[in-house]
Design a protein around this ligand. Structure first.
Ligand SMILES: [Fe+2]
Length: 291
């Protein structure tokens, strides 16, 4: 894995891009929690052996760089009935010396609002995990809307492909988390959801043609409002495999698109994020692999 870009970010000050030739990812600032972020592994899809090797290589690399936890932002498998892929993945994660937390993607369960072997293993949602002082808030963006509220085109597409593509966190999850965020935040808060919250500029004609199906999180607006009210300074997501640089649509929140760590033929990307224990600043180390 090659270090491609480094971004420093601070609340109210935005990003400063650093020269990757001048910083060593093995050296990490004090008072930070180091997360490894991976996404969209789609295990079981074409060239399954290669995908497994890719995933293992990323995780081995991260462990060598002293991470505190790994976060997977969904689409662990291509199909939730892929028992063998799931067994393989969960035993790999169990071997890690650090915890791995994940949220479901639209490939990880068949029916919106339902469950699967992936959600049973990784869930429930929403919930909080603690990594020292850092709170990790996990959301299920396949919880809503129900099938009958989805467009005819999406329902037809799901009949053909077996998957629904759109998603929302839904009022229930938002209310449940809001009720827990009545006390002010002390340490860093990070949120994880599968769907993107803004539509990036399409890089492939397929995305343009299917923009309605690959739409952002349906309740992105109230979801982002909730995160900011709760003092969340970092949101990790997946779903869109294309690379977008981390961005900060508000002065107090960074959004990171996971890309895909295993996708064939595309550069694969993953990152380390050193989050200050207070959450007010972070360093993002972007890694790339072309093979
Ligand atoms: Fe997805």
């Amino acid at each position: 894995m090659r270090l491609e870009r480094i971004y420093d970010w601070k609340v109210g000050q935005g990003f400063v891009e650093r020269d990757p030739r001048t910083l060593d990812p093995n050296l990490r600032k004090e008072d930070t929690i180091r997360l490894g972020h991976i996404s969209d592994t789609h295990l079981g899809k074409n060239a399954p052996g290669q995908r497994r090797r890719e995933l293992r290589r990323w995780l081995d690399g991260f462990v060598q760089m002293d991470i505190d936890a790994v976060v997977h932002s969904g689409d662990l498998v291509e199909s939730p009935e892929g028992d063998e892929s799931l067994r393989w993945a969960f035993s790999l994660f169990d071997e890690l010396p650090v915890p791995l937390f994940g949220v479901p993607g639209n490939h990880d369960l068949r029916a919106p609002g339902g469950s699967s072997a992936v959600t049973e293993h990784w869930g429930p949602y929403p919930r909080k995990e603690e990594i020292e002082d850092l709170q990790l808030w996990l959301f299920d963006s396949m919880a809503w809307p129900p099938v009958e509220e989805r467009s005819q085109r999406e329902q037809e597409s799901a009949r053909n492909s077996g998957f629904y593509s759109r998603g929302a966190v839904g009022a229930e999850q938002r209310a449940a988390v809001k009720a827990k965020w009545t006390t002010p935040r002390k340490g860093a808060r990070v949120a994880v959801v599968h769907h993107h919250v803004y539509q990036p500029v399409p890089q492939k004609p397929w995305y343009e043609k299917n923009a309605d199906l690959m739409a952002p999180l349906e309740d992105a607006k109230p979801f982002l409002r909730l995160l900011r009210e709760g003092g969340v300074t970092l949101l990790l997501h997946g779903h869109r495999h294309q690379y977008t640089a981390p961005y900060s649509p508000f002065e107090d929140l960074v959004i990171v698109n996971g890309g895909s760590v295993t996708r064939q033929a595309w550069p694969k990307r993953a990152r380390l994020i050193d989050v200050a224990r207070t959450g007010v600043s972070m360093r993002i180390w972007e890694f790339v692999r072309f093979s």
